[in-house]
Write a protein of this length. Sequence first.
Length: 258
Amino acid sequence: MTDPLAQWYETHGRHELPWRETRDRWAVLVSEVMLQQTQVARVQAVWPEFIDRFPEPKVMADAGVGAVIGAWGRLGYPRRARRLWESSAVIADAGWPEVLTELPGVGRYTAAAIRAQADDEDVPAIEVNIRRVVQRVDGRLLSERAAELASVRLGRGLRGRDRLLALMDLGATVCTPRAPACPVCPVRRRCATRGPLPNEVTARQPAFEGSFRQRRGLVMARLRAESKVPIAELDAEALAALVADGLATVNDTDAQLP
Ligand code: SF4
């Protein structure tokens, strides 16, 4: 008999996401970095053009960090763009490292996600959606390692790439943070809670309106739109933070992308 999760994934998985069509490591890395802190719909709107412009690490490395930060557009958290460019320079110079976490901005999850999706390795990877699903099924909060093992148990009808994407899609579309659709969930028979855990932490993004992040974003928008902007016209504190993060440079009078 077909595994219910595998069956659900075949029918309801988000196979239309553009980065699901590729097995190219670089393209997968770019999508994963974008998805780290940005909603899928916003990444979907930007990723195709971005990967067309920077189809391989050397193209990005040669383009320079300013071009990458500029192309990052309004995805937010532009430090990711800088780290992506740093990764492109490492790969262009010396090839992909044996251990992917050696790349700037690539942690345990992203490294495993690349190996599973691009290299078709049968490795588990835990991001926020998968963690929520496996914890609810197990009925308790889990360490990273325990969650990895639980994901392999829950996705036993699948392997590597398909297991990762099936559990991710289940968490994003059925086992959602506040209103999980338990009656239509393919793993409900195995689920200990059939709802949120009582002690579950639901991370909320801090309010953007009025935040320092918004102030930084306004300065970034000016720098992306104009080659040079007089310092006197910019929020000094936000600009200083961007300079400290390597996202802007200044001379005596003007600021610009690096
Ligand atoms: S039964 Fe409900 S809580 Fe359990 S995994 Fe499915 S959607 Fe999540």
